[in-house]
Design a protein around this ligand. Structure first.
Ligand SMILES: Nc1ncnc2c1ncn2[C@@H]1O[C@H](COP(=O)(O)OP(=O)(O)OP(=O)(O)O)[C@@H](O)[C@H]1O
Ligand SMILES: [Mg+2]
Length: 229
């Protein structure tokens, strides 16, 4: 049986992933600030809508920008944005509720679920309460729920996740709440930001592609563009 792939909205990412996101799993995009996570999330949402579906966009950081959407799809951003269902939790309690709402939203019209990002509120909350165990458990529940939806409904889930360290760090980057994601997410892409706007996406885990396949790109008005070495 062919694995169902769903376009990422970018030809170069589709090539990296032999066709696109796998529909039946969680894909994690992780990297430091400004590495391009939100850009890829917006592009993925646009692609889902262009396929005639709706996109669920859980925006925990206010990272989504209408201005940016307008640059990517100048002509039809207004009709497009109507097909994106936004959930904008501002604390962990609201994030929990957002996930409650999600189950009611899931139908055949939904072409992708995006969580940008999963760790932010988690980090804030840990800082505040120190109830590491409870929060961890909740986050675990949320992530397994997403992974279950993708498996059962074949709706690709894309989770963006911020990491502490930067491009220049030789040490391996740490994902906040990372272990939880590492296990549920069958595809992991590391994003790195280098000098002069050069960025890199490296495939770190995939069920059917060798790891460390990569693509160098830059962010442009229309989306992302390959930078050939
Ligand atoms: N039209 C554009 N042309 C070129 N670069 C752009 C454009 N729009 C945004 N950028 C760049 O995109 C970068 C931000 O990318 P993005 O928001 O995807 O990062 P992120 O990984 O989500 O970061 P964070 O973790 O802070 O949310 C910035 O460096 C910004 O300069
Ligand atoms: Mg972002």
């Amino acid at each position: 049986m062919d694995m169902k792939r769903v376009s990422t909205g970018s030809e170069i990412l589709d090539a990296l992933l032999d066709g696109g996101f796998e529909a039946d799993t969680v894909t994690t995009l992780y990297g430091p600030s400004a590495s391009g996570k939100t850009n890829l999330c917006i592009i993925a949402a646009v692609a889902a809508v262009k396929r005639g579906k709706k996109a669920v966009y859980i925006d925990t950081e206010g990272g989504f920008s209408v201005e940016r959407l307008k640059q990517i799809v100048p002509d039809d951003y207004e009709t497009l944005i109507e097909k994106i269902i936004f959930l904008k939790p501002t604390n962990f309690e609201e994030q929990r509720n957002a996930f409650g709402k999600l189950s009611k939203l899931i139908d055949d019209d939904i072409g992708i679920i995006i969580v940008d990002t999963v760790s932010m509120l988690y980090r804030l909350e840990i800082g505040k309460t120190n109830e590491v165990y409870t929060i961890n458990k909740d986050l675990g529940t949320q992530i397994s729920y997403l992974s279950e939806i993708s498996r059962r409904k074949e709706i690709p889930v894309v989770i963006a996740n911020q990491v502490y360290s930067s491009f220049d760090d030789k040490e391996q980057v740490r994902i906040v709440g990372g272990d939880l994601l590492k296990y549920s997410s069958k595809c992991m892409i590391e994003l790195m930001a280098g000098r002069r706007g050069i960025r890199k996406a490296v495939l770190k885990k995939h069920r059917s592609i060798a790891e460390d396949r990569e693509v160098v790109f830059k962010i442009v008005d229309k989306g992302i563009e390959e930078v050939k070495g």
